[in-house]
Design a binder for this molecule. Structure first.
Ligand code: ZN
Length: 316
């Protein structure tokens, strides 16, 4: 049996960005945007700092935004070429009035709604200057959102719709999307190109914006660190490992991130890509009802729990 067709990238798995103050980041995403806090852990490569995960009830791939909050002394980064520069979140038709009122109430910096690639969008910044957009997709997003007392299902964020990569020259990046990941060019408006996969119906778009003279982005506070693409299991992941090696690109071995397994590679345009598995998911170390409630540490850091906790600012 030929399994080649089962080896598919199923849209975005998660997006990881850098923030400053941890408490301010936590408050913005859980309270103002109404996302669920699905995991409170530490940066596995730097256990004195937090790693936060926000998403839907279960932390379904395609809804997961993660942050390394480096503290209020973090250097401010700069959006530019060679990085992901915008995150588009799907929201329901008719919800912009609610969100604009909410942005006013919480002093969120936003711009008036506009239209691009046939979709209405409302751009705004998080407290660290990270650029986000609420988007009304051309086809209504069917995902069940997380609800809070203030952000109900009729207006709540469904998950990612797209992320935009800014590139000096998009050719090689486009080839990774089409030749390795199975994406197709779907639409273009000016210098913005939309790629999508039919392997899944949601979080399935990547936009490329080509700006030859754009300065290189500087990764620090308020910028996106990497974009992770979704695969259903380890076998699929290793098939992509081989495809990327065959394309002549350097890729890491599989790394265990507790909640998923990861491979990392820098695509030729400069953006750090990850390929992450659906397994084992966020309930591997706490129940669905308890997600995000307690500081979870990977096994190797458990013996240092007291010292680690002493470094982290309280959130609740
Ligand atoms: Zn990641």
């Amino acid at each position: 049996m030929d399994n080649t067709n089962n080896h598919r990238i199923e849209g975005i798995h998660h997006i990881t960005a850098i923030a400053g103050d941890a408490k301010r980041n936590f408050d913005f995403y859980t309270k103002v945007l109404g996302l669920r806090f699905i995991k409170r852990t530490v940066n596995f490569d730097d256990p004195q700092t937090y790693h936060f995960y926000f998403g839907d009830e279960q932390g379904t791939p395609g809804t997961i935004l993660t942050f390394f909050p480096w503290g209020d002394k973090v250097r401010k980064g700069s959006r530019g070429a060679g990085m992901a520069t915008e995150i588009g979140y799907a929201v329901p038709e008719g919800s912009f009035d609610y969100w604009i009122k909410r942005f006013e109430q919480y002093n969120v910096i936003y711009n008036k709604p506009s239209e691009r690639l046939g979709e209405k969008y409302l751009p705004f910044l998080d407290p660290d200057g990270l650029k986000l957009e609420l988007v009304i997709p051309a086809v209504a997003d069917p995902r069940k959102p997380w609800e809070t007392a203030e952000v109900k299902a009729d207006v709540a964020i469904r998950g990612f719709h797209y992320t935009n990569l800014t590139l000096n020259d998009m050719k090689a990046t486009s080839a990774v999307l089409t030749d390795i990941f199975g994406y197709k060019l779907l639409a273009q408006e000016g210098n913005r190109y939309r790629y999508g996969t039919d392997a899944i119906d949601t979080a399935n778009f990547i936009d490329l914006t080509e700006i030859p003279a754009e300065h290189r982005g500087i990764g620090a506070g308020g910028t996106i660190h990497h974009v992770a693409f979704r695969v259903k299991d380890d076998a699929t992941q290793m098939a992509f490992h081989q495809k990327i090696v065959d394309a002549g690109l350097h890729i890491t071995p599989q790394i265990d991130r507790n909640y998923f397994h990861s491979l990392y590679f820098r695509e030729p345009g400069g953006v750090l890509f990850e390929i992450a598995t659906d397994n084992p998911g966020f309930t591997v170390d706490e129940s669905l009802a308890d997600l995000g409630a307690h500081l979870k540490l990977p096994e190797q850091y458990e013996p240092m729990r007291k010292a680690i906790e002493a470094h982290l600012v309280p959130l609740d």
